[in-house]
Design a protein around this ligand. Structure first.
Ligand code: PSV
Ligand code: MN
Length: 396
């Protein structure tokens, strides 16, 4: 019979699902270069196979996020292919990510571009993406815009805000049933002077302008150093505007490091704000937990499994916070005990409990070790070496 601590961790783990990014299995890198991996996914089928393997080992990753231009270049036939891959591999399509940042037309922006023809093109792509999501029975359309400018005075900031609001409203009107728009923000890169959607407040205002099924997406890497992300999360929760996360960690900017590798306490504090909100309100906010990491140094499969395990650990630790005790301590401004309440939970080694939970669910107790022992990475490295070596030699 599990004790109280175990029960809390088990409940938390039962409810926690993490979406894998298709692009996290393919060869990607920094703008200075790529270190190509022989086992990297070379096509959308490989991406499904890899995601299925991560799900098989962890049991908590039933969906894969898709990027429209990278995974669905051939319209209707891509949709058919993905539906069939989903059946074959037992992993469903997750969030659909339109791409309004890659094509040459978008040099000066997409929905915020001063040229109406380019704005229309972006709008059409967003409408197509909503349609694709419908066909795939995907609920969330995740929007990230690279729009902005590099030099002061070169862009009409207010006008662009207006265009973005109109474009998002028009896209929201295309949603069906339970579909949602998630509006991501990022304060820097690729635009360095101003970014049209630079922070959570801008995302929030634009999501509100778009319609009631638009929410904010918090990519943990998209903040200035030292920013209090858990406060942003707490505010979004209290406004019923938190739609989802992109998990990764950062040291400097959008570094795409493994979640919790630099600052695990911050990730714990984010999860704590969510659990505390649920405890105090009795509500269960609908939050999509997604990974957004493209590993260049670590093996992609290993990094993905490690990410899922780390996220589970930090989520489980947050479930251990004694909320009644914390409420009382906060109400008495008992600073030491309130802080210690968080620190105690964070310091608890939850790994044995998670291992027991995995065992009871017929999963390997250590998915990373199981990945190693399965020989999967060696196998895909052999199978895909030829295809990837073409990329490696063309790159060299
Ligand atoms: C942009 O940096 C971003 O975080 C967006 O979510 C994109 O969809 C993703 O990365 C692409 O890697
Ligand atoms: Mn992201």
């Amino acid at each position: 019979m599990p004790d109280e601590k175990e029960r809390r961790v088990w409940n938390a783990l039962n409810s926690f699902r993490i979406e894998l990014p298709s692009w996290g299995f393919a060869n990607t890198g920094t703008r200075f270069g790529k270190f190509l991996q022989p086992g990297a996914a070379t096509c959308v089928q490989d991406k499904f196979a890899d995601a299925a393997q991560v799900h098989h080992l962890t049991g908590v990753c039933p969906t894969i996020a898709l990027h429209v231009l990278w995974d669905l270049q051939n319209g209707e036939s891509s949709v058919a292919e993905i539906l069939s891959l989903a059946t074959t591999y037992g992993v469903r399509p997750g969030s659909i990510n339109p791409n309004t940042f890659q094509d040459q037309e978008y040099k000066y922006g997409s929905l915020g571009n001063p040229d109406q023809a380019v704005r229309n093109r972006a709008l059409d792509h967003l409408a197509d993406s909503v349609q694709i999501a419908k066909r795939l029975e995907s609920r969330d359309i995740s929007l990230w815009f690279a729009d902005g400018s590099n030099y002061p005075g070169t862009a009409n900031i207010r006008q662009r805000k207006q265009w973005l609001a109109e474009g998002l409203r028009a896209t929201h009107q295309k949603l069906k049933d339970k579909q949602r728009l998630l509006v991501e923000y990022k304060p820097f890169e690729p635009c360095f002077y101003h970014t049209d959607i630079a922070d959570w407040g801008m995302s929030l205002l634009l999501a509100r302008a778009a319609g009631e099924r638009a929410k904010v997406l918090v990519d943990t890497g998209h903040h200035y150093a030292g920013q209090n992300i858990e406060q942003i999360v707490a505010w979004l929760l209290s406004e019923n505007m938190l739609g989802g996360f992109h998990f990764n960690d950062r040291r400097y900017a959008d570094d795409d490091l493994t979640i919790g590798s630099i600052d695990p306490y911050q990730v714990f504090r984010i999860f704590h704000e969510i659990a505390f909100f649920e405890f105090e309100t009795g509500e269960e906010p609908d939050i999509a937990y997604m990974i957004d990491q493209s590993h260049n140094i670590k093996g992609k499969m290993e990094a993905m499994v490690q990410t899922v395990m780390t996220a589970q650990e930090l989520f489980a630790k947050a479930a251990l916070v004694d909320h009644e005790f914390l409420q009382k301590a906060q109400s008495k401004a008992d600073v030491i005990n309130a802080e210690e309440c968080l620190r105690d939970a964070f310091a608890t080694d939850v790994r044995p409990i998670i291992e027991a939970w995995r065992k009871s669910n017929g999963l390997p107790v250590n998915p990373l070790q199981a990945l190693h022992e399965s020989g999967y990475v060696s196998q895909i490295s052999r199978d895909r070496a030829e295809k990837n070596s073409a990329a490696i030699s063309s790159y060299a």
